[in-house]
Design a protein around this ligand. Structure first.
Ligand code: R1P
Length: 298
């Protein structure tokens, strides 16, 4: 059943909804993932390196939304990378698809209930920082939740203490340790000259920004802009997951009326494909290292 209860901007899936899906997955797979990876637009290939794969289509998983956007396969893939059990979402959900933010973030809470400890989120975004180039990988240092400012927030509605507290702290949403580890991994893999760090801003989409909007975002301190990730990260932080965010700069956002380039989704997917292999190596390295670090610190 697809039993989400949404009233206005307050959405709540009941604990039983999350439990039902979790139990269904636990009954259908023997994998017990410790790390979850959300693959952004065109980045489903990140799951390719996993061994002992078991794939479920979103439409076959009870309560799961389905992907409606090109570049999002709509599959949940369990597997292992260097002995670490993990799960990949090949495709994630967006506000612009018409989903409520509790549907968008439903998988995160299911991962938590399955025993996941770390979440690696990836996405495609437009570069606002003038120093960024197409193909750069931006480690997300922080975010701006623009829809959240307007009340489109996944934690609106009754708070379920079984997941987390009413007023979660967000000043440390992106783990400092994981950011350091990914910088080290990037250096070892020889991709440090296109790894950056910055602030990601979420807009609802689905249109790309006007030039005036892009200029506003730059003044607000945004380095890149996209239409996803922030709800999932917020819900992950609320329920105590460690988070790493990697944003692939697929286009430069126009900040200037004299520029003629016009962004489109095909270009976004093309750049994602181009960088998928290197991102795959980075993500694979991070899966084993972040789990190792988590074992060492507990
Ligand atoms: O889904 P992610 O990786 O964020 O992709 C980005 O690219 C798409 C637009 O081309 C939007 O979905 C935007 O959010």
């Amino acid at each position: 059943s697809r039993t989400m209860h949404c009233k206005g901007n307050s959405c709540s899936c009941s604990f039983e909804d999350y439990k039902l899906t979790t139990q269904w997955l636990l009954n259908h797979t023997s994998h017990r993932p410790k790390v979850a990876v959300i693959c952004g637009s065109g980045l489903g290939l990140l799951a390719d390196g996993a061994a002992n794969k078991q794939t479920f289509r979103y439409q076959d998983i009870p309560n799961f939304p389905v992907s409606t956007v090109a570049g999002h396969e709509g599959c949940l893939v369990f597997g292992t990378i260097e002995g670490t059990s993990c799960v990949f979402m090949q495709g994630h959900f967006h506000l612009y698809e018409g989903y409520s933010l509790c549907q968008v973030t439903l998988p995160v809470r299911i991962f938590k209930l399955m025993g996941v400890e770390s979440l690696l989120v990836t996405n495609a975004s437009g570069g606002i920082c003038p120093d960024f180039k197409v193909g750069d990988i931006m480690i997300i240092k922080d975010h701006i939740n623009l829809p959240g400012f307007a009340g489109q927030h996944p934690l609106c509605g009754p708070n379920d203490e079984r997941f987390g507290i009413r007023f979660p702290c967000m000043s440390d949403a992106y783990s400092k340790d994981l950011r350091r580890l990914v910088l080290e991994a990037g250096l070892e893999l020889g991709c440090n000259d296109f790894i950056r760090e910055g602030v990601y801003c979420m807009v609802s989409g689905p249109n790309f920004e006007t030039i005036a909007e892009a200029r506003m975002l730059r003044i607000l301190g945004c380095d890149s802009v996209g239409m996803s990730t922030v709800p999932e990260v917020t819900v992950a932080k609320h329920c105590g997951l460690r988070v790493l965010g990697l944003s692939l700069i697929t286009n430069k956002v126009s900040l200037d009326y004299s520029r003629e380039e016009k962004v489109n989704h095909e270009e976004v997917l093309q750049i994602s494909k181009m960088r998928a292999e290197v991102l795959q190596k980075l993500v694979a390295t991070m899966i084993s290292r972040c789990q190792q670090q988590s074992i060492n610190t507990h």
